[in-house]
Design a protein around this ligand. Structure first.
Ligand SMILES: Nc1ncnc2c1ncn2[C@@H]1O[C@H](COP(=O)(O)OP(=O)(O)OP(=O)(O)O)[C@@H](O)[C@H]1O
Ligand code: SF4
Ligand SMILES: [Mg+2]
Length: 334
């Protein structure tokens, strides 16, 4: 059987504080999924649910000294967990690239866009300056920056937010990645520019045959660009499904709450529901289902043991005892 581009098995990420500075934080508590080339997975979840930490773990970017990784991540046939820094940095130079939420943190204010992209290309491909500049121009054209030749000599602050984000994408593409990670690449942009950037990403993904993992808070955005969605809560996936099936009816109570809080096709004009309460502290996770304190359907047994992530349909999993197919419901039916 063909190996997927990315296979993640029971990934955990724990941050250990300095002595006397609190308890370890289990930011990712056992995440499993796989991704093929040309496929888009969207990871959706509230602030602090572990989305960025998960993405960073996929390319070995969490601060190495106090981070403990567990489980297995296999990217294009190579193991990431436990790989040496030089190995990881070689992977980041070719196989995987990341687009960050705020492009200004990734672009250097003192160099022109053209110089920055050309330098990355030179580092990866060992080509000469002229050729690298030509590649930088080609990349700016590819991400549809108007008057690309002129923009090569612009500094990051001279570009609008949308163009900066495009420049950032060009930079990420410069190493011809097979996997592109996009961490909320559009939240800083206004709605129309957001959609343009998303559609561009999707188009580039198809053209270049990349796998794409896309992180967002916004279910509307997720439904526009992804093939599959994974809903993350307190460091774990609580539901994963093909996007159309998910939008037609999420199964996990938290995922239902998210859909209820989003304006989409059928619900336009209907009152939005919001999910009360706040996520748990990851240094003191509750026993059992982490959503129990906020879940209107919770039962006493929800807080006793962590519900398993179970297969509940084709390419669909959920972690809730009330979802048909999960163990407790089977027991009840017996
Ligand atoms: N280096 C670190 N050391 C300790 N804790 C960390 C570190 N990085 C992240 N965390 C913690 O891990 C948890 C998950 O953080 P993460 O940044 O992945 O959230 P997120 O889902 O991306 O949120 P947002 O939507 O706000 O970007 C948070 O509680 C955060 O405080
Ligand atoms: S396991 Fe229980 S608390 Fe958790 S989401 Fe399901 S019903 Fe709610
Ligand atoms: Mg984040």
């Amino acid at each position: 059987m063909m190996q997927p581009l990315l296979q993640v098995d029971d990934l955990t990420v724990t941050f250990h504080p300095k002595k006397g500075e609190g308890l370890p934080v289990r930011a990712v508590g056992g995440v499993s999924f796989s991704l093929d080339s040309r496929e888009t997975l969207c990871i959706l979840g509230e602030s602090g649910s572990g989305k960025s930490v998960t993405l960073r773990a996929l390319m070995g970017l969490n601060p190495p000294r106090r981070t403990e990784l567990g489980g297995r991540v296999r990217l294009a046939g190579q193991d990431i967990v436990g790989a040496s820094e030089s190995r990881l940095s070689a992977l980041r130079g070719g196989t995987v690239a990341m687009i960050f939420q705020e492009p200004m943190t990734a672009l250097d204010p003192v160099f022109t866009i053209g110089t920055q992209i050309a330098e990355t290309v030179r580092r990866h491909e060992g080509i000469g300056r002229r050729e690298a500049r030509a590649r930088a121009l080609e990349l700016l054209e590819r991400v549809q920056i108007p008057s690309a030749a002129r923009r090569l000599d612009a500094y990051p602050h001279e570009l609008s937010g949308g163009l900066r984000q495009r420049a950032m994408i060009a930079m990420a593409l410069s190493c011809r990645p097979r996997l592109l990670l996009a961490d909320e690449p559009t939240t800083a942009l206004d709605a129309t520019v957001q959609i343009q950037v998303l559609l561009l990403l999707r188009q580039l993904q198809q053209e270049l045959g990349m796998g794409l993992i896309f992180v967002t808070h916004d279910l509307g955005v997720a439904s526009e660009v992804s093939d599959r969605i994974a809903v993350m809560y307190a460091g774990r996936f609580v539901e994963e499904a093909p996007i159309a099936r998910f939008m037609a009816g999420p199964l996990h109570p938290y995922a239902k709450g998210l859909l209820g809080a989003t304006v989409h096709g059928d619900s336009k004009g209907m009152p939005l529901t919001t999910i009360g309460g706040a996520p748990p502290r990851l240094d003191r996770p509750p026993p059992g289902c982490a959503f129990a304190p906020r879940c209107t359907a919770a039962r006493p047994e929800c807080s006793q043991a962590l519900p398993e992530l179970r297969e509940v349909g084709p390419a669909r999993t959920a972690r809730c005892i009330l979802v048909p197919g999960t163990r407790h419901t089977e027991l009840e039916a017996a």
